[in-house]
Write a protein that binds this ligand. Sequence first.
Ligand SMILES: Cc1cc2nc3c(=O)[nH]c(=O)nc-3n(C[C@H](O)[C@H](O)[C@H](O)COP(=O)(O)OP(=O)(O)OC[C@H]3O[C@@H](n4cnc5c(N)ncnc54)[C@H](O)[C@@H]3O)c2cc1C
Length: 447
Amino acid sequence: MAKRLEGDFDYIVVGAGTAGCIVANRLSANPRNRVLILEAGGSDNWIWFHIPVGYLFAIGNPRSDWMFRTEPEAGLNGRSLAYPRGKVIGGSSAINAMISMRGQAADYDHWRQLGLGGWGWDDVRPAFRRLEDHFLGESEHHGTGGGWRIEAPRLSWKVLDAVADAAEEMGMRKIPDFNTGDNEGIGYFHVNQKRGRRWSAARGFLKPALRRPNLRLEKDVLVDRLIIENGRAAGVRFIQRGEAAEARARGEVILCAGSIGSIQVLHRSGVGPADWLAPLGIETVLDRQGVGRNLQDHLQQRAIYKVTGVRTLNETYYSLVRRGLMGLDYAFRRRGPLTMAPSQLGIFTRSDQRRERATGQVRRSAAPLPGDHGERMQFAADLARHRAHPLDAGRRGAFDRAELSIDRRGPPGRRRRHPHHAAVDEAAGAGALSPRRISAGAVGWRR
Ligand SMILES: Cc1cc2nc3c(=O)[nH]c(=O)nc-3n(C[C@H](O)[C@H](O)[C@H](O)COP(=O)(O)OP(=O)(O)OC[C@H]3O[C@@H](n4cnc5c(N)ncnc54)[C@H](O)[C@@H]3O)c2cc1C
């Protein structure tokens, strides 16, 4: 028998990640709402959640990453890729690349045309503006005073300036901001940081709201499934420190467990394709074929180039003196390579000129970080010793689609392998940047 979490709640938010922190903040702003937020991970009291390059230690680390892997994929020469997702308050915003990127206006307008009311560019832009505290100040595109801090990067590299100049010579244009609805162009990415520290959703939205008496956060809580009564989500069942428990909401349960976690919870609750759930012995509550389909991501290919005549991070790192200066630069000015996003310069361009808008993305960095994206990368161990810089190329859009489904009924226990079977649905690879079909398949999870 599951014990009942004491307290009456109007809303239960599942997942204190990027979305969950914002939702909990907004709901608890009304003192009449009693809000419970449940998070599988722990607190962010580790220095590497705050120093920007900490992603090197947080990604691929079970302390902060769910450690999902894709199933081996024939289209990727049998590779199984690490598929990082944040598991800590702040969720993926605590371990991600910090690049501020809204996407293109035409994508949102396309969703609206498909029937998704409220998701056109003109609908979402005011929400983005309200959310932001943008270093460029108030404008038709950006807002100030919101919880989501966005700043200019605190370093630049000659090698990247040269790449930008070369791209301009090839006819692309330099733009100061990728987030105006049309991101075609070249520029340094803006980042979710405040004065040289990572700005996660937990810092921006959850922590300030936790002072409110009507918001309660429970960590180390693995939500198993929804309690569905009379067709309504009345609460959740979960496991906290090995004990089964449940909590109930008078109002709503809001699933913010991310693109993987929310699907897991829904499937375990009997919401999803009936033909997937039946073999697992899960009674279908709602047969929804789309739940677990059409996961889209941006698979990238990385090429590393040796360069001469210009400094890259590699040689800075391998010089003891320069490394010391790098540390001092961060300690005293919160500047320099320790504030670096994994990619610093972006180029969005069309894969061919018949396209109406940018279809390809190239990201460049001043230092190659070898290893699969998402594997744990050690600064010291993995930086190539030669002067080099990488180029990541990918196609944007419905390029990389996968399905996600669970393979057993209950939630995972500790140290258990819990693969998510998934089959590739579609992978379109037309275009100059990626002429071959590339696909990412299943997402598995090992703990
Ligand atoms: C390595 C990496 C780099 C990225 N780089 C960028 C970037 O530079 N720019 C950008 O815009 N986006 C980037 N993203 C994507 C961006 O971070 C995500 O799209 C965004 O954070 C997703 O927010 P979310 O709230 O949906 O999920 P998340 O932020 O992942 O939050 C989900 C939360 O739910 C919790 N949870 C899951 N399952 C359960 C459960 N059963 N019970 C309880 N809690 C649960 C998780 O622990 C997590 O805290 C990156 C993502 C990753 C992983």
